[in-house]
Design a protein around this ligand. Structure first.
Ligand SMILES: [Zn+2]
Length: 442
């Protein structure tokens, strides 16, 4: 009889010696992933065919893809969370290594572990063999930490800097990033803190960010989408065959005298041929869909995908559901409901109306920067100095316009720049070479 420890070592060596199967995340999911009735509306074997738009998103996360960054900005009811579950399952079984999965809070990370991760492991026999349950005596497996041969999965909350600073990871999954705090424990942006954990893995890392977006100018997922190749899912029109994005403006319907939806009038109007297409065509259209990037020169490194709930498979969330939700949200005084519709159904950012006070619009556009680092793209530093004497260092409030690459400048240097605010440039005062901007001190 061999001990558990010996068996674990032996299994690890055997796994390390096996040639990699080189299957992709979507192939793995179709082959090994099981959905239980407890965790999913549709139980049984996972079928990527049901949500064809997820195939390319998942396969960009496969080790044989050169892509390092994947951004998925999406509405609800699309299977977005399952992408991450499939990545976790694939990593445990096919490409083990250190992995971190971040939720907006520690409490949500615990919920994710119990409601998603534990069924994922329990329902898929290949995973169950590799990870003991939390009930086992193996103390290395807890709700927020799972060990498996060749790697581990650490679940953390974006509201805990201790969790985000833990250890280097090769795979980083950041879920619902628009719900993360702007600053965690006074240490800055939780996304930047988590991403710093992947530095040692350079070209082999995978960083995936998913979220429904929030306010324009404030949305992390929207910013990350803009930084990638900006792919949108195009569907073939059943009448003319043109590939088109399923846009809200092309959803047509009739309303009765009371403003209510007239049954069975919801159609998609093809922008190319004008045909009115009924929703039962959607399954075939999804199967013929393709992702088309606006910036294909970035596709080898950063894939970014946007998709709305209008693509939700037949039986999950219909165009008629979307129209009903829109009619309800369009009633006077329902601004919050309309914002929720734009964010969670259309998967788009919400533009604040112009009547917001000037300070509020400026406040909403603020972004988090690492302390003492001038971000890429900045060439003019405009500082505002506290007018009261002896109240500590002044703060730099605005950083603007083009600058070739990120440049390290210590807090002291920034402070010196302000102290020397009568100087016409900060290049000498701050010791920052190449900055040609003017600092306007008060
Ligand atoms: Zn058409």
């Amino acid at each position: 009889m061999i001990s558990n420890g010996t068996k674990l070592v032996r299994d690890s060596i055997a796994r390390a010696l096996m040639p990699p199967q080189q299957i992709t995340v979507s192939e793995w999911s179709d082959r090994y992933r099981m959905l239980s009735s407890a965790a999913s509306a549709e139980h049984g074997p996972w079928r990527t065919r049901r949500t064809p738009y997820l195939s390319e998103v998942m396969d960009a996360l496969s080790p044989n893809s050169p892509v390092q960054f994947v951004t998925f900005m999406a509405g609800a009811q699309l299977g977005k969370t399952e992408c991450l579950n499939n990545l976790i399952g694939y990593t445990i079984h096919q490409a083990p290594g250190p992995m971190m999965a971040v939720q907006p809070t520690v409490d949500l990370a615990k919920v994710m572990s119990r409601q998603r991760l534990e069924p994922l492991i329990a329902d898929s026999p290949v995973l169950r063999r590799l990870i003991g349950g939390t009930k086992s005596r193996d103390s290395t497996n807890t709700v927020l930490h799972k060990d498996f041969p060749g790697g581990f999965l650490r679940l953390v909350g974006a509201n805990s800097s201790a969790g985000l600073r833990s250890m280097p990871v090769r795979i980083l999954a950041l879920d619902e990033i628009d719900a993360y705090p702007g600053d965690v424990d006074g240490e800055g942006d939780p996304v930047a803190l988590a991403e710093a954990r992947t530095r040692t893995y350079a070209g082999r890392k995978k960083v995936v960010k998913t979220s429904t977006p929030t306010i324009e100018g404030r949305s992390r997922i929207s910013k990350s989408y803009d930084e990638g190749d900006r792919s949108r899912f195009h569907l073939p029109c059943p009448e003319c065959g043109e590939l088109e994005v399923l846009a809200w403006r092309d959803i047509k319907y009739d309303r009765d005298e009371d403003g209510d939806l007239v049954l069975d009038t919801v159609r998609w109007a093809c922008p190319a041929c004008g045909s009115l297409v009924a929703e039962h065509h959607k399954t075939a259209m999804l199967e013929g869909g393709v992702w088309i990037a606006e910036a294909p020169d970035l596709s080898h490194r950063h894939r970014s995908f946007h998709i709305s709930s209008l693509y939700s498979p037949v039986g999950w969330y219909s165009w008629e559901d979307a129209v009903r939700d829109f009619i309800l949200a369009s009633k006077p005084g329902e601004t919050e409901a309309l914002r929720a519709f734009v964010n969670t159904v259309l998967g788009e950012t919400w533009k604040e109306k112009g009547e917001a006070p000037e300070w509020e619009r400026l406040y909403n556009r603020r972004e988090t920067y690492e302390l003492g680092v001038v971000p890429a793209g900045v060439s003019i530093l405009a500082g505002v100095k506290d007018g009261l004497q002896g109240r500590g260092p002044a703060e730099l409030l605005l950083l603007l316009l083009t600058f070739p690459k990120a440049h390290q400048a210590s807090k002291t240097e920034a402070g010196h720049a302000l102290a020397a605010s009568s100087s016409s440039t900060i290049s000498t005062a701050a010791g920052v070479s190449g900055v040609s901007g003017v600092l306007s001190g008060i």
